[in-house]
Design a protein around this ligand. Sequence first.
Ligand SMILES: C[S@@+](CC[C@H](N)C(=O)[O-])C[C@H]1O[C@@H](n2cnc3c(N)ncnc32)[C@H](O)[C@@H]1O
Length: 271
Amino acid sequence: MAPKFHGLLTKYISYQRGPVTILCGDMRELLWYFLPGSIELVASDPAYETISGGSNGNGKHRRPSGMLAANNGKGGFEHNDVQPEEYAAQLYHVLRDPAHLYWFMNNLGEERTLAAFGAAGFKRHKTLYWAKTHEKSQKPDPNPNRWYMNVVEEILFFRKGTAFAISDPSMLEIFYDPAPRGAARLHPTEKPVSLMRKLIKNSSQPDDVVLDPFCGSGSTLEAAVSTGRQAIGIDIDANYCTIAAKRLDRFLDGCDSRLLSGRQLSFSTGL
Ligand SMILES: C[S@@+](CC[C@H](N)C(=O)[O-])C[C@H]1O[C@@H](n2cnc3c(N)ncnc32)[C@H](O)[C@@H]1O
């Protein structure tokens, strides 16, 4: 099979095993080295703003406060300064035509994301919702909020090119999956593998390449390989690249060896 990826990417590979490749770097730079149409599906939970208020005293900077202070770069994750206009066109470029893209978002970043993705050429199908459930009770597990309790996260569902149906059109637009918590949680904003598997199965085929350009702990990558897809993850934070690699090693150690053989992504040798 002809390589779909530029040889310059090899220096960013922090993990490659069977159908999984993790690249450590800034997705805004790395996406330039992907060939147009090299990716069949993008599913990601990007870094985005999670607070609406606060100022540093001169009114210029927002800062987290109260219970949201965990996401101020100290208790949460460090790199949170990337904006959709900086990468929407590149995502459009690397996706095949037609393709789907799933983008986790909150109401603070929604308008800006819709504008940037629309300008890049994406069409929005609709907004989906992840209702976070409690692992034991399996009931929605809300967080306090003055303007109705928070229990859902938005997933903006876009397409590139001609519309095509998902594999299971009987599926509802709201997903009830437990949020990873406690000692098992690998990332402060980790997404459930069970949810990512549903999105991936609905919008790609076995052996397709699924990209998560903000892969964090690698939940999307595990979901992709567990459904027979190939997976590429990018994260700027070397610590999360290592955490994702360990997750994938654990998963691949225990999986059917057919998932591993002959399915490594290839990179062009020249520049
Ligand atoms: C919301 S988290 C993703 C969590 C992931 N869905 C999971 O389940 O673990 C976003 C991730 O994007 C990474 N990130 C931030 N800016 C980035 C950039 N410019 N390029 C690549 N990764 C970036 C952060 O390090 C963080 O791990």
